[in-house]
Design a protein. Structure first.
Lengths: 311, 444
C-alpha cells in the first residue's frame, strides 16, 4: 500500500526543500573537512569555512556576460534543485514514510535523474561562453552512459521486493541488506552518484581544465544556489543509496529517521572522499569505461539479482 | 547589527585568489598554492582577489585590465613582486618578497569587507566599442546566417571535422593569456568542434624572465653547492607536479605536494615516495593520465624531464664532474604520456634529494653544461639565452604540441600542456608565432 504523506503538496514541497538545504549544507561541510584533511590543513577551521564562504558569496556581485540566455541561466539551478526535490519525494525518510511513496518510485527517480542532464546543459549554454558550452557538451556525452547503469542497478534492487516502490524495497531488506545480497550494486551506485553530481573523476561539466566549466561565469548568489543544488542532488542520491542498499530505516535502537540520516551521511562521506581523492578522467575515456565496464557489470549484477531471488 | 555580522562573516572566509602570473611569477604561484590561509581559484568570477605575481610586461597590461573587470565586486587587486607597477595599475598595494603573502592578503581582504572600502572601478568601456560588422541586411556576417564577425565576435561556421569530414559548426576560441593551465602570457587560438580541437595555433607570450630556480641561474656563472642545486631541482619538479594535479581536479593533493615542495629539506626522499604512492593508489592517476598526451620522441628532444619520460636517455649531469662518484644514473620512463611525465618528475625529485644528501659539501664549478629544470643549457651568452639548446627545444616542443592537438579532446589538451611545464620566456623567438604578433602585439 502506498503511504502517501498527509501533508499538502505545498507543505511537502517546503519540507523537501528544507531537507535538501540541510543535506546540502552538511555535504558542503563534509567536502570542506575532507578537502582539509587530504591537504594537511586543520579540519576544525574547515568545518566552519563553508558557512563563511556562503556568506561571502551572498555579498558578492552576480556578474553577467555579454548577451546570455537570461531565462535559462536563472532556470538551470532552479530546475536542478527542483529535480532533486522531486527525486527526494519517493525516498522513504523514516519508517515507511516518504513524501510521495508512489508504487513506481524508482521510475520517478529515474525520470528526475534523466532531466538533470538537461538542467546542467542549460547551465552550460546560458552564459554564452566558450568554456561553459564545452562543459555542457561534455556532460551530455557522459549523461546517457551513467543513466543506463543507474536504471539496471535500481531494477536489480527492486527484484527481491517484487515492487518498484522504494519503501517496499527497504522492507524486503529485513533479512539481508542489498549491499550484501547484491554486492556490485553499491559501487555502481556510487559511480552514478559521482556522474549526476559531476564530482571528482566524472567532473566533466565544471572541471578545472575548463576553469570552472558551466559555472565559469557564475558568481555571487547564483554560484551559491548552483553549488547548493549540486549538493542537494548528492544528498538525494546518497539517501536513495541508503534506502536501496543499506536497508533504509532498518536498524536497532535508533528511530528510523536517525538511521536514514546516518546511512545517508556515511554514503555522502564515502562519495566525497572518493571524489576528492581521484583525478578527473578524460571524457572520452570515462564514456568508454562506463559503456564497456560499468554497463556489462550492471547486466551481470541484474542477472545475479534475478538468480538470487529465484533461489 | 545584521549588516555588521554579515560583513564579519564574509571577512572570515579564506580569500579566493586568482593569480595573474608574470615574469618570475610561476614560482610564487606554487608557493601560494602551498598556503592554507588562502585559496586559489581557476576562474576570475570565483575570485575576490586578483594577485599579480612577479611583474607584467607592458604588452600584457591590457589583458590584465580585462581580467580585473571580470572579477566581481567587492574585489581587491594587489601585486606580489619586486616592484610597484606603473601604468593602469599604479597605486595598488605591493606585497614585498620577504612579507608573508597569505597574512598580507588576508589582512587586506578583511579590511575590504569590514571597512567597506570602495572598489576600484572597471577599466573597460561600458558599451561595446566594436561596430556591428556584417554583410547581410539584418547585420549577419559570413555565409547566409552564419559565420562572420559581428561585434568583433567570431561566429560559428560549418566546416569539415578533421577526424571524419562531417560538416559541423566550428567555433573559434582564444584562450589565455592568464588561463591557469597555460604557460603565463601564452595565448592559444583554437578552432573547436564541440570539445574536439580542429586546429591550434599560439601567440607570443611576451614574458622575458626565465622561470628558473635562483640557484640554477647562479650556477651558470659562479660556484654553487651541489646540494643547493639538487634541492632546487626537487622543489621545481614537485611544484610542476602540483600544477598538473591542480588541473586534474585534485586540489587537495596539489596543495599537499606544493606544501611539501615549499618546506622541502634534505632527507625527505622517503616522504616524497610516500606521497607518490598515495597519488598512485587504486590506479587513480593511471586511469586519468595513461596514454594521454603522447607527443612522440622528436618534439620533446632536449627538454630534460619530458625527453627522459619519452624514453630518450640523456642528462647533462652524467658528464658533469661535480656529480662524479655520486652514483648518478639518468632515470628514464618509456611511454611518454602524462603519467610517465608525472612519474618522471617524482623519480627525479627523489633522485635529486638523494643526490643532495650524498653530495654534502661538494661545490659545482661553472663551465660544463648545466642540466636545468627543463633541459641542458650552456653558459649565458648575453641576450641570446633564448637561443640556447633549452630555448630551441621548448619552441620545438610547443610546435609539436600544436600539431598533436589536432583532433584531440579539450581535456587532453589541458592535461598535456600543463604536464610539459613550458617556460614561456624561452619561446619569444620561436617561428611558431606569427611574425606580425611580435612586432605589433595585440592584447586580445
Amino acid at each position: 500500500m502506498p503511504e502517501v504523506s498527509s501533508l499538502s503538496p505545498a507543505l511537502s514541497a517546503i519540507a523537501a526543500l528544507l531537507i535538501l538545504m540541510a543535506g546540502a549544507i552538511v555535504a558542503a561541510i563534509a567536502t570542506s573537512i575532507i578537502d582539509a584533511r587530504l591537504a594537511g590543513r586543520s579540519s576544525w577551521r574547515a568545518a566552519v569555512e563553508p558557512l563563511w564562504h556562503g556568506a561571502s558569496l551572498l555579498g558578492q556581485q552576480t556578474v553577467s556576460t555579454e548577451r546570455p540566455d537570461r531565462m535559462l541561466w536563472i532556470l538551470a539551478p532552479a530546475v536542478y534543485a527542483a529535480l532533486a526535490a522531486v527525486a527526494l519525494t519517493v525516498v522513504p525518510l523514516a519508517e515507511g514514510r516518504a513524501i510521495a511513496d508512489v508504487r513506481t518510485g524508482i521510475v520517478v527517480f529515474g525520470a528526475a535523474e534523466a532531466l538533470a542532464i538537461v538542467a546542467i546543459f542549460m547551465h552550460g549554454w546560458a552564459s554564452n561562453s566558450h568554456l561553459s558550452l564545452i562543459g555542457g557538451f561534455r556532460f551530455v556525452a557522459l549523461g546517457l552512459s551513467y543513466e543506463l547503469v543507474s536504471m539496471f542497478v535500481l531494477i536489480a534492487a527492486s527484484l527481491p521486493a517484487e515492487s518498484l516502490q522504494v519503501s517496499a524495497m527497504v522492507q524486503a531488506q529485513v533479512g539481508m541488506w542489498n549491499v550484501v545480497a547484491q554486492p556490485l550494486g553499491l559501487p555502481l551506485w556510487l559511480i552514478v552518484t559521482m556522474g549526476v553530481t559531476f564530482l571528482g573523476p566524472l567532473n566533466v561539466a565544471d572541471g578545472d581544465d575548463l576553469a570552472g566549466g558551466t559555472s565559469l561565469e557564475v558568481s555571487g548568489r547564483a554560484q551559491l544556489v548552483w553549488q547548493l543544488a549540486r549538493f542537494a542532488m548528492l544528498t538525494v542520491f546518497c539517501a536513495m543509496g541508503a534506502a536501496v542498499f543499506l536497508g533504509g530505516w532498518l536498524g536497532p535502537v535508533l528511530p528510523g529517521w536517525a538511521w536514514m540520516a546516518t546511512k545517508t551521511l556515511a554514503l555522502m562521506w564515502i562519495v566525497i572522499w572518493l571524489a576528492q581523492r581521484a583525478a578527473r578522467i578524460p571524457t572520452e575515456r570515462a564514456v568508454a569505461l562506463l559503456w564497456t565496464v560499468a554497463l556489462p557489470l550492471s547486466f551481470v549484477h541484474l542477472v545475479w539479482a534475478g538468480i538470487e531471488v529465484h533461489l | 547589527m545584521a549588516i555588521g555580522w554579515a560583513a564579519s562573516a564574509r571577512a572570515r572566509s579564506r580569500p579566493r585568489i586568482y593569480c595573474v602570473v608574470g615574469d618570475g611569477g610561476k614560482e610564487r604561484l606554487r608557493r601560494l598554492r602551498a598556503r592554507d590561509d588562502v585559496a586559489l581559484v581557476s576562474s576570475p568570477r570565483h575570485a575576490q582577489v586578483m594577485l599579480i605575481t612577479g611583474s607584467l610586461p607592458d604588452e600584457l597590461w591590457p589583458s590584465a585590465q580585462q581580467l580585473h573587470d571580470q572579477i566581481p565586486q567587492p574585489r581587491l587587486t594587489a601585486i606580489w613582486g619586486p616592484a610597484a607597477p606603473a601604468g593602469p595599475f599604479a597605486g595598488i598595494p605591493v606585497i614585498a618578497d620577504d612579507e608573508d603573502v597569505g597574512a598580507a592578503v588576508t589582512a587586506m581582504y578583511r579590511d575590504m569587507h569590514c571597512a567597506e572600502q570602495a572598489t576600484r572601478p572597471v577599466f573597460g568601456p561600458k558599451a561595446n566599442p566594436v561596430k556591428w560588422r556584417g554583410v547581410g541586411p539584418h547585420g549577419q556576417g559570413g555565409e547566409g546566417m552564419m559565420g562572420g564577425t559581428p561585434y568583433g565576435r567570431p561566429m560559428a561556421m560549418t566546416d569539415s571535422d578533421v577526424r571524419d569530414g562531417l560538416a559541423l559548426d566550428q567555433l573559434q576560441v582564444t584562450l589565455g593569456p592568464f588561463l591557469p593551465w597555460l604557460p603565463a602570457g601564452l595565448r592559444l587560438d583554437l578552432v573547436m568542434q564541440g570539445d574536439v580541437v580542429q586546429s591550434a595555433s599560439a601567440r607570443v607570450p611576451f614574458l622575458r624572465q626565465l622561470d628558473w630556480p635562483a640557484e640554477m641561474m647562479a650556477a651558470r656563472e659562479r660556484p654553487i653547492a651541489v646540494t643547493d642545486i639538487e634541492m632546487a631541482r626537487a622543489r621545481h619538479h614537485l611544484g610542476a607536479l602540483s600544477d598538473v594535479l591542480a588541473v586534474l581536479g585534485q586540489r587537495a593533493m596539489a596543495e599537499r605536494v606544493a606544501r611539501l615542495a615549499a618546506e622541502l629539506h634534505p632527507g625527505q626522499a622517503a616522504e616524497v615516495r610516500r606521497l607518490a604512492r598515495r597519488l598512485r593508489t587504486f590506479g587513480i592517476l593511471a586511469v586519468a593520465t595513461r596514454s594521454v598526451g603522447v607527443l612522440g620522441k622528436d618534439p620533446v628532444r632536449g627538454t630534460g624531464c619530458n625527453a627522459r619520460a619519452a624514453g630518450i636517455d640523456g642528462d647533462a649531469r652524467a658528464n658533469d664532474p661535480a656529480y662524479a662518484g655520486l652514483g648518478f644514473e639518468p632515470v628514464v620512463h618509456e611511454r611518454g604520456d602524462v603519467e610517465a611525465r608525472i612519474e618522471q618528475r617524482v623519480a627525479e625529485a627523489v633522485q635529486a634529494i638523494e643526490l643532495a644528501d650524498r653530495a654534502a659539501g661538494r661545490i659545482r664549478e661553472p663551465g660544463p653544461i648545466l642540466e636545468g629544470p627543463r633541459g641542458p643549457v650552456g653558459a649565458i651568452v648575453g641576450d641570446a639565452d633564448r637561443f640556447s639548446p633549452s630555448g630551441n627545444a621548448a619552441a620545438t616542443m610547443l610546435e609539436g604540441f600544436l600539431a598533436w592537438a589536432q583532433g584531440r579532446a579539450f581535456d587532453e589538451l589541458a592535461t598535456t600542456l600543463v604536464s610539459l611545464d613550458l617556460d614561456p620566456a624561452t619561446l619569444a623567438h620561436s617561428p611558431c608565432f606569427q611574425q606580425s604578433e611580435r612586432e605589433h602585439p595585440c592584447p586580445r
